[in-house]
Ligand binder design. Structure first.
Ligand code: ATP
Length: 452
């Protein structure tokens, strides 16, 4: 079961502290959101799961964390200055602006007028001035994708790690796009995070690697608890491919507002390394690139035997963290009918994604003996390094269980008066609501087994 509507998720996110409208107390800024106490945990857990799968579990990928502010030349040669735009339509009556593909039947989605301008390209990149003088002569872009600094650091990573093809560079970080019509909660926003891998391969092996990565990424999302039936592959039609792409497969997810892109897996060919490299004319670059005599690095690899230089092809799985969080929330959401006409809302996250792993709850608020035990249990479990363990000294067990069901905490550990007699606690399972008595000495092993 998933949420019935986006509104249901938005309400839960605000009520329980997952996601808030940014600058809300001043009326909010459109297309910007802040992650609250539970949202930041969920987001970090998702990013960690990605990093583990992409970097730690593989031996052919290195990590990177590059600057957000980007030299204009990087985005000139990447093609973004010329082509990173969406068609924009203005409504002459209500002065609103719309992305052309969001306008239906030539009517303004705001006021319904047909007094609209012709579509014109609108560049989505944010610019900001750099240094103390704001005269437009010194500026940088806020990166529209994390990928470009992976390409510009290609030689640094290659030289410092002695990698050979195939190998990848992974990065998680913020990206910024001045979206014309941000909408659908965190699905389309102006500041978001991406988890991107650029996987460098020998030309000629790119198509096989592309297929492989599409499968790896599908499997990964389903390991995060996304129902396979809610995922679909879309082979982007040739006329709609980004300027750098030879082929792109979009991994589409059934969001509450419809089937839309969660991740794109593109074959970027040798376009980006070819665009940013020096000595372009001496290299065999297959993509059509801007002539570049400003770069000072040769972004190519040398074959050990024949000493020939090759510009690698790149396969890029690029996933949105915010869209991932939205998909996970939607997949985990369910409302269950209980006996006596009661119901409960549960977020059934996989344990590794749950914002709080276990709540330790003394049966009676501020009871010295119970709280002392609870504190020791919390500290011991926290030391296991499994994520956040919360001591909840609220004294209202029923309310605590409901709250923890609703935020997806897999285990609630209750310290009661029997604990004082025989050093055991009750452990309640979020999904089955069953409780069992566990001796404190066995608790760490039980909790680690359960969460891992
Ligand atoms: P769309 O067609 O939906 O605008 P895109 O094809 O431009 O997306 P990519 O350039 O492929 O997106 O970016 C890779 C990933 O980054 C997307 O799959 C998505 O998860 C995420 N992403 C892109 N734009 C946004 C945005 N405005 N808000 C949130 N996430 C985004």
């Amino acid at each position: 079961m998933t949420a019935n509507s986006m509104d249901e998720l938005v309400a839960l996110c605000k009520r329980r502290g997952f996601i808030f409208q940014s600058s809300e107390i001043y009326g909010g800024l459109q297309g910007l959101y802040d992650y609250g106490p539970l949202g930041v945990e969920l987001k970090n857990n998702l990013k960690q799961a990605w990093w583990r799968a992409m970097v730690y579990d593989r031996d052919d990928v290195e990590g990177l964390d590059a600057a957000v502010l980007t030299h204009p030349k990087v985005l000139k040669y990447s093609g973004h200055e010329d082509t990173f735009s969406d068609p924009l339509i203005d409504c002459r009556d209500c002065k609103s602006r719309w992305r052309a593909d969001h306008v239906e039947a030539s009517r303004c989605p705001g006021c319904g007028s047909n007094n609209l301008t012709e579509p014109r390209p609108f560049n989505l990149m944010f610019k900001t001035s750099v240094g103390p003088v704001d005269d437009g002569s010194s500026f940088a872009y806020l990166r529209p994708e994390t990928a470009q600094q992976i390409f510009t650091n290609f030689k640094n990573v290659l030289d410092s790690t002695s990698r050979q093809l195939p190998f990848g560079i992974a990065q998680i970080g913020k990206a910024f796009r001045n979206e014309i019509t941000p909408r659908n909660f965190v699905f389309r926003v102006r500041e978001f995070e991406q988890m991107e891998l650029e996987f460098f391969v020998e030309p000629g092996t790119d198509e096989a690697w592309h297929e492989k990565w599409v499968q790896i990424r599908m499997d990964w999302w389903s390991n995060q608890g996304v129902d396979e039936n809610a995922l679909e592959l879309l082979h982007v039609p040739a006329g709609e491919l980004a300027h750098y792409s030879k082929a792109t497969v979009d991994l589409m997810y059934r969001f509450p507002h419809g089937l839309e892109e969660l991740e794109g897996i593109a074959n970027r060919t040798d376009f980006d390394l070819g665009s940013h490299t020096k000595n372009q004319s001496e290299l065999n670059i297959s993509a059509t690139v801007l002539p570049n005599n400003e770069s000072n690095a040769k972004l190519a690899v040398q074959n050990q035997q024949q000493k020939l230089w090759t510009v690698p092809y790149v396969i890029e799985p690029s996933a949105g963290v915010d869209r991932g969080v939205l998909a996970l929330l939607n997949e985990a959401y369910r409302v269950e009918q209980l006996d006596g006409g009661r119901e409960r809302t549960v977020l059934s996250f996989k344990p590794h994604l749950a914002p709080i792993k276990a709540a330790v709850i003394p049966l009676k608020r501020n009871h010295e003996g119970l709280v002392t035990h609870a504190k020791t249990i919390k500290a011991d479990l926290q030391n296991l390094g499994l994520g956040r363990i919360l001591l909840e000294n609220s004294g209202n067990i029923g309310k605590s269980y409901r709250r923890h069901d609703e935020v997806g905490t897999p285990l609630c550990i209750t310290v009661d008066f029997e604990t004082l007699e025989n050093a055991s606690v009750t452990v309640r399972d979020r999904d089955t609501m069953e409780q069992q008595r566990i001796v404190i000495d066995d608790l760490a092993a039980y909790v680690s087994d359960y969460l891992e």
